[in-house]
Design a protein around this ligand. Structure first.
Ligand code: DX5
Ligand code: ZN
Length: 227
């Protein structure tokens, strides 16, 4: 049976009030969220800058949630150890950031993450086809399907993502590896569309602005668990 019958909501801290992170993380701790999504941006791979390992290290003291670090950086290899030391439980990196001959190949990054006993995710920009990561599937734990162009919170969900999620879900089922890999969907997830994202096959739904800009973030997270 596929995992998407019991989806997980992962609030994205990028949508939070950065002047009050302790309060914001407590909303997540006191909700049904299981993962906390942490977006790392270097202003090169994406045109925005977020936060670094020292922030993650300090947050670690205030939460037992699964810390899911999403690296949107052009040199993900160099960022692995700092985030592992800071207390990440899972790290995803973009396949597009490993295509240059000057970067380490994906397998080296996957091995580094796995040998430190973290979960490993491979992230795809909206226009990147699923097919290019097929050869890594046996080594990873989750796929991050971007449903907006990476870089900013608060964008609109790209509708064609639903077909991509179904394509991945079908492929994993047909190859009998559905149990081994989670499908995470990141960007533009709202109360209006979360059900269709789950129905298409998603296991982990990342939600930033919808959660943190709502009146009651705890209730908003919990609402996304209702069928
Ligand atoms: C975008 C980030 C997302 C972002 C989602 O580059 O990867 O995780 O925080 O934010 P919303 O839910 O507002 O689209
Ligand atoms: Zn993200």
């Amino acid at each position: 049976m596929s995992n998407h019958k019991n989806p997980v909501i992962a609030p994205s801290l990028l949508g939070a009030d950065f002047s009050n992170l302790k309060k914001e993380i407590n909303f997540c701790n006191n909700s049904n969220a299981k993962w906390l999504h942490l977006d790392i941006m270097d202003q090169q791979f994406v045109p925005n800058l977020s936060f670094g390992p020292s922030v993650v290290k300090d947050l670690r003291k205030h939460s037992d949630l699964f810390f899911d670090v999403h690296l949107m950086v052009s040199n993900p290899f160099d960022m692995l150890l700092p985030f592992i030391k800071a207390g990440a439980n899972g790290i995803s990196f973009h396949i597009e950031a490993t295509e240059s001959r000057f970067t380490f190949p994906p397998k080296i990054l996957i091995n580094t993450i796995k040998k430190n006993n973290l979960k490993c995710g491979l992230a795809l920009k909206p226009k990147t086809p699923f097919s290019i990561i097929k050869k890594y599937l046996e080594h990873i734990d989750y796929i991050v399907v971007m449903s907006v162009e990476p870089g900013f919170g608060g964008q609109s969900f790209i509708p064609s993502t639903l077909d991509k999620i179904s394509e991945i879900d079908n492929y994993l089922n047909q190859n009998n590896i559905r149990e081994n890999i989670l499908i995470q969907v990141d960007g533009g997830i709202k109360l209006e569309n979360y059900k269709s994202v789950i129905e298409s096959g998603a296991d982990i739904l990342v939600a930033g602005s919808q959660v943190f800009q709502s009146e009651n973030p705890i209730e908003t997270i919990n609402q996304m668990y209702s069928k």
